[in-house]
Write a protein that binds this ligand. Structure first.
Ligand code: PMP
Length: 290
């Protein structure tokens, strides 16, 4: 088993200096990215990640040079060559390389693609099921966080503040409304109903979130309401949890100084976590599109 890095069509050594200092991804964070979970040697929900990647590229006006089939093949090659069974694949496409100037000329730029496959420590992922602490912070991001760009400064600062307080991550509030986590989506459970922020320009439309809403919760007969809610609603929720590609459903057991659901993972949260894990192990047909 070997972690691998692939850049613009070839495998490169770990730590190889292949990125130009004039790469707009490096200079401006002018790039898009995706993180896909590898489960039992297969990509989970790859077509959903591809759809989101292509949307991010369209929104960013970065030309698409690869078909979904080309991308799928590259993911499969990385898994095959690395022999990694449990891990994740990071993919980043930057707008290209040009002397530093804010405005870009699409006709003169060649997008640069980086992919890497890494192993995941499943013990650490499983431990998340025991619940995590979160802190509340203001959401200081721009108005288009639905585009998955590498320009993540507010997320980085929020995540660092959270970790300094020994929290797993932060729950962000924009104008008093709970949007999402610094690196994940947020759900609340109240009276047996699941609530989450609508997928508009104020959250990233997480793939795990989509799995919960379209497959996992319906399969358990749990009602879902996508609507905005505030700090009071969060404080009065019966259960809270994060979702993301790496951790799946992550119960929140403490928010700031207050225990959530009695300081233990909530029952519905755990049912969702378990059902998602089952779905991941069974795998989703690679080309299912929504
Ligand atoms: N929101 C943000 C800000 C994220 O960075 C992520 C991904 N880490 C998510 C939500 C969850 O998205 P996904 O389920 O696709 O990993």
């Amino acid at each position: 088993m070997q972690e691998l890095t692939y850049f613009n069509g070839e495998f490169v050594e770990p730590g190889a200096k292949v990125i130009s200092i004039d790469d707009r991804g490096y200079l401006f964070g002018d790039s898009v990215y995706e993180v896909v979970r590898v489960v039992k040697g297969r990509c989970f929900a790859l077509s959903y990640h591809q759809d989101r990647l292509y949307r991010s590229m369209r929104e960013m006006d970065i030309p698409v040079k690869m078909t979904p089939d080309d991308l799928t093949e590259l993911h499969e090659i990385l898994i095959e060559q690395s022999e990694i069974k449990e891990g994740y694949i990071y993919l980043q496409i930057s707008r290209g390389v040009a002397p530093r100037h804010h405005a870009y000329d699409r006709s003169k730029l060649e997008p640069q693609m980086l992919m890497s496959i890494r192993t995941l420590d499943l013990d650490e992922v499983n431990k998340l099921g025991e619940g995590v602490k979160a802190i509340a912070l203001p959401d200081e991001r721009w108005e288009h966080v639905d585009i998955k760009t590498t320009n993540l400064i507010p997320n980085i600062l929020a995540q660092t503040k959270a970790e300094k307080k020994f929290a797993y991550t932060a729950i962000l509030f924009r104008d008093g409304i709970c949007t999402e986590g610094a690196t994940s989506n947020v759900f609340a459970v109240k009276d047996g109903i699941l609530y989450t922020h609508p997928a508009d320009n104020h959250i990233l439309k997480g793939i795990t979130r989509q799995m919960i809403l379209t497959r996992v919760a319906p399969s358990l007969g749990i009602t879902i309401i996508e609507k905005e809610f505030d700090r009071t609603f969060v404080d009065e929720a019966d259960e809270l949890f994060f979702t993301d590609t790496i951790g799946g459903v992550i119960p929140i057991t403490k928010l700031d100084r207050n225990p959530v659901s009695g300081g233990k993972p909530g029952a519905i949260t755990l049912r969702l976590r378990e059902a998602l894990e089952k779905l991941m192990e069974e795998g989703l047909p690679l080309l299912t599109r929504k």
